[in-house]
Design a protein around this ligand. Structure first.
Ligand code: HEC
Ligand code: HEC
Ligand code: HEC
Ligand code: HEC
Length: 132
């Protein structure tokens, strides 16, 4: 009974979205800097490289990001500022409040607009940040 209900619900959801997973795959917007490396020969994006399973409905674990981008320490080093003080925007990968612990996806979105988490409270510009 409950099983039947679940599969009917699943069908309704699929119908409402009007998409099967492969169709969805081609429609998911990707950042320009990732698009190519995550696409196969047919141009389909490999969802599992970040999402880790065949049903990418949740925000991926940042372990996926770290396997390619190095450790948190290395990232913090890459974006180290030449000095301290008001003339420099703070290192996003090693900040006063969170150290190196803030999850990547707080700032680097993939399918939607990238927004710097800090700017809920601050007004940092971060001109180097790739937003598209
Ligand atoms: C399969 C390896 C791989 C995975 C997994 C991956 N990336 Fe990337 N990423 C790359 C490559 C390759 C580039 C392009 C070269 C570069 O700029 O380092 C890139 C580029 C980027 C850039 C732009 C870098 C720049 O030059 O400004 C950001 C930001 C980024 N990735 C963040 C992430 C985040 C966040 C995740 C996890 C959600 C992630 N990446 C997962 C390989 C990966
Ligand atoms: C607080 C927001 C924030 C978080 C959290 C964050 N980043 Fe970034 N990231 C930035 C900003 C801003 C830049 C632009 C570079 C700069 O300002 O020096 C950047 C740049 C990068 C770059 C390009 C580095 C370069 O060569 O200049 C990569 C790669 C990257 N981030 C990956 C990650 C990964 C992986 C994580 C998670 C471990 C992460 N970021 C967490 C804000 C963030
Ligand atoms: C480069 C890593 C990466 C790849 C590849 C990727 N995603 Fe994502 N996905 C993310 C990140 C990061 C988020 C967090 C929200 C955002 O940035 O849009 C996310 C969020 C999502 C969400 C929304 C989850 C939520 O609760 O907001 C869906 C649905 C999704 N991805 C589907 C897909 C599909 C389908 C594919 C394959 C076409 C795919 N993703 C490929 C990184 C990735
Ligand atoms: C929830 C709000 C909030 C968020 C999110 C936040 N901050 Fe702050 N931050 C504050 C407050 C409040 C202060 C104290 C301001 C003061 O006393 O002048 C502060 C102070 C600072 C300072 C000390 C220098 C200054 O500007 O006063 C730095 C540097 C800083 N934050 C960086 C960051 C970075 C980097 C991030 C993102 C990784 C971030 N903050 C996210 C609220 C926040």
């Amino acid at each position: 009974m409950s099983k039947a209900y679940t599969s009917i619900a699943a069908l309704l959801v699929t119908a409402a979205l009007g998409l099967s997973l492969p169709a969805m795959a081609t429609k998911m917007p990707m950042k320009s800097y990732h698009k190519e490396i995550f696409s196969d020969a047919q141009g389909n994006v490999e969802c599992s490289s970040c999402h880790g399973d065949s049903k990418p409905y949740t925000i991926p674990s940042e372990e996926a990001c770290l396997t390619c981008h190095g450790s948190r320490e290395e990232l913090a080093e890459q974006t180290q500022r030449p000095g301290h003080g008001a003339a420099y925007e703070p290192n996003p990968h090693d900040s006063l409040h969170y150290g190196q612990d803030l999850s990547c996806v707080y700032c680097h979105a993939q399918h939607k607009k990238t927004q710097v988490y800090c700017n809920h409270c601050h007004e940092f510009k971060y001109p180097q940040l790739k937003r598209r």
